[in-house]
Design a protein around this ligand. Structure first.
Ligand code: GLY
Length: 351
């Protein structure tokens, strides 16, 4: 049964000692079996840090790493393993990985026997501050990201920050873009703190919970993205279109890098619409260009990127709708953007 919106809780735990934390969690529950979904990297680098807490009978399910494997074929592999090992409706699936593992594993759990319990244990910064919380699950299909999926809430979300030590800087930067976005839409004090520090001096122990708190408050008000949750799409209309364009061109760029570019481009539209003061756009630009540089595309690519904006899930009645930041710490949803607005923003970014 689906809970009424107001009863959905998006809780998370900041875990210091994963072995004792997971042991006592499992002791207090009555799961009939425990499964852990990993990819090669998280099996090698992250699973050893929690293995001691898991029952001896735990089954590890490994799928190939990378967005290109976020497919129904990978789901089949997971469902086959759950079936072969006789997982019943009281089984638990722990998703140990980045956003791809969490999204796919959450969907597999939601659909298997009409739903088994799952826990999100994110290992990337991007997954820790965004994907793990809020119950969006799914896979890519037909060339579209997250085309098939469901809202399904995890039993728990476990944030174990030392996993970040295994990440390359590009991955950290990608996740940092979502932290920047959360600060810009709802936490101006966090913005003024983070914008003054270099990446290596950021205080993740403060930023991660603050960022999750922003997301938690939003998704608890509006779990199914009917209103408030649309704020989380700031930077994502043009950012997502750019990401898809670059992927199709065979020149993929990390999600967060494209979202950061989206924040600048959409920031320009917000200035034009009188929502964001010009000096605040300059602050955003300074940080984004310093951290992410300029993503390479050219003026001749603009029509193709515009076509991708037309396919955005957030559009209504064929009109492009976006969540625009402004003033910093606030966000307005469902702002209609014309083709001229989008073109102007893409050209502005290119300078
Ligand atoms: N990543 C945006 C959301 O969860 O709604």
């Amino acid at each position: 049964m689906q809970l009424p919106d107001s009863q959905i809780k998006a809780s998370f735990d900041l875990v210091e000692n994963p072995v004792s934390f997971i042991s006592s969690y499992l002791k207090n529950q009555s799961f009939t079996a425990v499964f852990v979904l990993t990819d090669r990297n998280t099996r090698r680098h992250c699973l050893p840090l929690i293995k001691e807490a898991l029952p001896k009978s735990t089954v590890i399910i490994q799928i190939p790493a990378g967005e290109m494997h976020k497919t129904l074929d990978s789901c089949s592999a997971v469902w086959e393993k759950l079936t072969a090992k006789n997982a019943d409706r009281k089984a638990l699936l722990i998703n140990l990985g980045g956003g791809m593992i969490g999204d796919l594993g959450g969907f597999c759990a939601a659909a298997y026997k009409r739903g088994i319990a799952f826990v999100q244990m994110p290992t990337s910064l991007l997954a820790m501050v965004d994907a793990c919380l809020g119950g969006k699950t799914g896979v890519d299909f037909g060339g579209f990201k997250n085309q098939i999926g469901a809202f399904a809430q995890p039993e728990a979300v476990w944030i174990y920050q030392p996993f970040l030590k295994t990440l390359p800087e590009t991955e950290l930067l990608s996740g940092f873009a979502e932290i920047i976005k959360h600060a810009l839409i709802a936490d101006a004090p966090a913005w003024h703190l983070l914008r003054k520090r270099e990446l290596k001096n950021q205080n993740w122990s403060e930023l991660i919970p603050a960022s999750l708190q922003v997301k938690k408050q939003i998704v608890e008000i509006d779990p199914f993205e009917k209103g408030e949750r649309k704020k989380l799409n700031a930077g994502h209309t043009l950012g997502h279109a750019l990401e898809s364009f670059l992927m199709k061109k065979g020149n993929p760029h990390p999600h967060g890098h494209c979202v950061a570019a989206g924040l600048v481009m959409e920031g320009r539209i917000a200035v034009e619409k009188g929502l964001l003061p010009e000096n605040e756009l300059i602050q955003i630009e300074e940080l984004v260009y310093a951290l992410y540089g300029i993503i390479p595309f050219s003026r001749t690519d603009v029509p193709a990127i515009l076509r991708l904006c037309q396919q955005d899930k957030k559009n209504e009645a064929g009109k492009v709708r976006m969540a625009l930041i402004g003033p910093i710490g606030n966000c307005t949803t469902d702002v209609e953007a014309t083709e001229a607005d989008l073109k102007m923003a893409l050209r502005y970014y290119l300078g």
